[in-house]
Design a protein around this ligand. Structure first.
Ligand SMILES: C[S@@+](CC[C@H](N)C(=O)[O-])C[C@H]1O[C@@H](n2cnc3c(N)ncnc32)[C@H](O)[C@@H]1O
Length: 478
């Protein structure tokens, strides 16, 4: 989700760049694996073009197979090493390297940033994620133990099984309610919750180096790049820091130093950093009026009714809150919430009658809400439908993914889980050719074939399931 051109373009717009519109952009992904990130973007942005590169031929072949199966013409995948690439100068608007920088040797890291510089056009944006220090120290300590414990093992399944055994050993055996012991157990617990693939390819990877943000930013400078922002705007906020600490941070003018001290406070372990060419002028203080060019989407819900003072609190799914007594802001947030998972253009929410005061109030509030992770902003809003329609349609990718597992990619470029077999079967049927009666008949025979009871209210259950899939951003509009 954080790598989507909509996200990169939105953040870049807030920081004063004029990035390429996502609907016609050119994207290069380095270390793209089997293109699990590129393919949904390519489906959603048919007039944009996507190139993915990875050194693992098997992963690329899997991606190519899916590209062919989905009939995608705007994706090219190549089995190549990053350090051997010579991209056309300025040939891309967005370069993505997710989960690569910390997992490759220093020479490849150099190559990665050199490719970003060479490939990026004038207002281009690179996304590079990496493990960060000092937060990553503890994770590194546990990783060191895992590497030691599995050093003699070759079989991947055995490596994962033994890694899990050691993590359980730590979880059960490390003493102490507080301090280092508690932190170690917390870390072991987090690692145990990871999938086998993540344990194997991330934690047990041959290379897994965390860096201080200032080191990463200096590395970017050596390659003619500069720090633009984080892909998550809320990650750049001082947030819950005490007043004196917040004042001290705000007094630091150099954005790289300020971000570094923020990492000291937050103990951040992972960064998703955006870079741009060194010569580009960046406006480091986002102006609220820019939001009039953007769209907003939110899952924030009003908490009860407004108080006697007219104040209404909103809370988002991650627990962030905003309280406002401005009727226009209250109305805008309620409208955006009921439009979820689609988005509303801020200018449409304002309407033609809005006064300059109204515009300022709404844009200020939405920018604060964005900083608090209560709303998302978009230059190219996602377009899932909120009403399933006569013959509902899920994306070709979601239908394909539902055949093989529980995780499917929605139209907001997020992974969602569909746990039950019947729900997955339903998704595979949503190709836009079946109406409710045909879907009910298919689900009935699916249940009968398995000897399961067919509920008497199957048509109503179908309606409820379709509404649920729409709320999960899985249904395409007409
Ligand atoms: C941790 S995986 C991340 C994959 C994907 N970006 C993701 O987020 O799921 C790192 C990827 O980088 C690839 N890789 C490692 N070294 C590389 C190199 N020198 N050139 C190209 N790809 C490389 C690996 O094959 C692997 O697919």
């Amino acid at each position: 989700m954080q790598t989507h051109p909509d996200r990169l373009a939105t953040v870049a717009t807030l920081f004063g760049l004029r990035p390429a519109p996502p609907e016609r952009c050119r994207v290069l992904e380095l270390g793209c694996g089997d293109a699990g990130n590129l393919i949904p973007m390519a489906l959603a942005l048919p007039d944009a073009s996507f190139v993915g590169v990875d050194a693992a031929p098997k992963a690329i072949a899997r991606g190519q197979g899916l590209v062919a199966e989905l009939g995608l013409k705007n994706v090219t995948l190549e089995a190549r090493a990053i350090e051997e690439l010579a991209p056309a100068a300025g040939g891309f608007d967005y370069v993505i390297a997710h989960g690569v920088y910390s997992w490759v040797p220093a020479a490849v890291r150099d190559g990665l940033l050199a490719v970003c510089r060479e490939a990026l056009g004038d207002a281009g944006v690179a996304y590079v994620s990496y493990n960060a220090l000092p937060g990553g120290r503890l994770r590194q300590a546990v990783r060191d133990m895992l590497v030691f414990h599995t050093a003699e093992l070759i079989d991947p399944r055995e490596r994962v099984a033994q890694a899990r055994a050691l993590l359980r050993f730590l979880l059960e055996g490390v003493p102490g309610e507080h301090g280092l012991g508690a932190l170690m157990r917390d870390q072991a617990e987090r690692m145990l919750a990871r999938s086998d693939a993540t344990l194997l390819h991330d934690e047990l990877a041959e290379v897994n180096d965390a860096v201080y943000f200032h080191e990463f930013a200096a590395h970017a400078v050596r390659h003619g790049l500069q720090y633009l922002a984080e892909a998550d705007f809320f990650e750049m906020q001082i947030g819950a820091a005490s007043d004196p600490a917040a004042q001290a941070l705000l007094a630091i003018e150099d954005p790289v130093r300020r971000e570094q001290y923020l990492d000291f406070l937050k103990g951040r372990m992972f960064r998703q950093t955006l870079l741009c060419r060194a010569e580009i002028a960046i406006d480091r203080a986002p102006h609220p009026e820019v939001l009039e060019r953007l769209a907003v989407s939110t899952q924030a819900q009003p908490q009860g009714e407004p108080g006697p003072d007219g104040k209404q609190a909103f809370t988002g799914p991650t627990g962030s809150t905003l309280t406002t007594d401005h009727p226009l802001v209250i109305d805008a947030l309620k409208r955006a919430a009921s439009a979820w998972p689609a988005a509303l253009w801020v200018r449409d929410v304002l309407g033609p009658q809005a006064t300059p005061d109204d515009r300022r109030a709404l844009c200020d509030a939405l920018l604060r809400s964005y900083a608090a992770n209560l709303v998302a902003l978009h230059v190219h809003p996602p377009a899932p439908t909120t009403t399933p329609g006569e013959a509902p349609r899920a994306s070709a990718l979601a239908r394909h993914q539902a055949l093989g597992g529980q995780m499917v990619t929605n139209l907001r470029h997020a992974s969602v889980r569909i746990e039950d077999d019947l729900g997955r079967r339903l998704v595979t049927l949503l190709d836009g050719t079946r109406d409710r009666a045909a879907l009910t008949a298919e689900l009935r025979s699916f249940l009968s074939d398995r000897g399961a009871t067919v509920p008497a209210d199957l048509p109503d259950a179908l309606d409820r399931s379709l509404d649920g899939l729409a709320r999960l951003a899985l249904l395409e509009g007409p």
